[in-house]
Write a protein that binds this ligand. Structure first.
Ligand code: GAL
Ligand code: CA
Length: 350
């Protein structure tokens, strides 16, 4: 009886020893697993609608900087493959397939045609690769197709309002804009690409802000120049032949087109009317300091790239970004626009 009892105790002792050994092994295994799962390389796939677009070129080079900084800071290899769709959605779709095949951890997409986001989202979803859209905003319904889809950009209506404010302030300060003194502003609009949120809303809100301030507007002409300096110059040449001195204000959806308008006036040595732009690119700031551009609105490329990169990096690292990033409605990040005028505070900071 006693020997049976001792034997049982002995078995319990052995079993406990076995358990202790097991716990020890499990602990070690977890540590080992942790080491194995430390990420040493991530791949970011970046595709842009046109790399020669001035503002987009700024975003790409700022992203490249962000990659270098993060590599050093986090001791990690970051491969960023940048593709230029050169204005073709077909080419961009093909690039998306390639980036997925290459095993990218995240896709950063500046759509050519912002109405076809669904195609891109479905491809990414099938491969379970999160997508960060930027600058060309897909419609809400498309962004809602999947929970791993995000958008980084800026509120287009805000830039229109601020552009309008530049005109209102100048009009109220010294009404030299209304050259023929008829109490109305005769204006032309150089628009960005048709269907782009920044073209439609910037024009709408700039005009609204000016008229709501009690200034009457008289539209002479408006047309798209696709964000481009050269196309804007051509358009402006045509309008100058028709309207000549009647034009008192040139509202431009971006700075490159404002610079194109200035080129047209300078080519024929004509006095410049009030010209306003948006983006805050270096040559526009220079034109403003020379008194050729009334003002511009800074579209914060640096901040946008930082945010696109940070979001992409965290997604690639499989972080729970709902905790680490400040997302609007779980999907959006918007940067603020700011007015830039000659000698204002922001300019002095630069
Ligand atoms: C706008 C920018 C334009 C052009 C466009 C491209 O936000 O102001 O200059 O770059 O994006 O989508
Ligand atoms: Ca007038």
């Amino acid at each position: 009886m006693k020997s049976k009892y001792i034997l049982k105790k002995y078995h319990i002792f052995l079993y406990m020893l076995f358990l202790l050994f097991q716990i020890g092994c499990d602990g070690k295994a977890t540590e080992q697993q942790k080491i194995d799962t430390v990420v040493s390389e991530i791949k970011i796939g970046l595709t842009v609608y046109r790399r020669d677009d001035t503002f987009i070129a700024m975003i790409v080079s700022d992203m490249e900087e962000a990659v270098k900084e993060a590599e050093q800071k986090n001791n990690i290899k970051i491969v960023m493959n940048t593709m230029d769709a050169k204005g073709s959605q077909i080419v961009q779709n093909d690039h998306i397939d390639k980036l997925i095949e290459q095993g990218c951890d995240v896709l950063c997409v500046n759509l050519v045609d912002r109405t076809v986001a669904a195609t891109v989202i479905d491809k990414a979803k099938a491969a379970d690769i999160p997508v960060v859209f930027f600058n060309r905003e897909p419609v809400k319904e498309d962004l809602e197709r999947w929970n791993k889809v995000y958008y980084v950009g800026a509120d287009a209506s805000e830039s229109g309002k601020l552009e309008g404010q530049i005109v209102v302030e100048q009009y109220n300060k010294n009404n030299n804009i209304d050259k023929n003194r008829d109490g109305k502003l005769q204006y032309v609009v150089l628009e960005g690409e048709q269907g782009h949120q920044d073209a439609l809303l910037r024009t709408e809100y700039a005009v609204k802000t000016i008229t709501e301030a009690g200034i009457q507007m008289d539209k002479l002409a408006g047309d798209t120049a696709n964000w481009l300096r050269s196309q804007a110059e051509t358009k402006m040449n045509q309008w100058l032949q028709i309207y000549d001195d009647e034009i008192e204000l040139v509202l431009c959806n971006n700075d490159d087109m404002a610079l194109g308008a200035i080129d047209a006036y300078e080519n024929i040595d004509k006095t410049l009317p009030a010209i306003v732009g948006i983006d805050g690119i270096a040559p526009a700031i220079e034109a403003m300091q020379q008194g050729k551009l009334l003002g511009t609105v800074k579209n914060d490329a640096e901040m946008q790239s930082e945010l696109i990169f940070e979001l992409s990096y965290r997604l690639a690292m499989k972080e729970d970004i709902s905790k680490s990033m400040n997302l609007v409605r779980g999907k959006y990040i918007f940067t603020r626009y700011t007015i830039l005028k000659p000698n204002n505070d922001i300019l002095n900071e630069q």
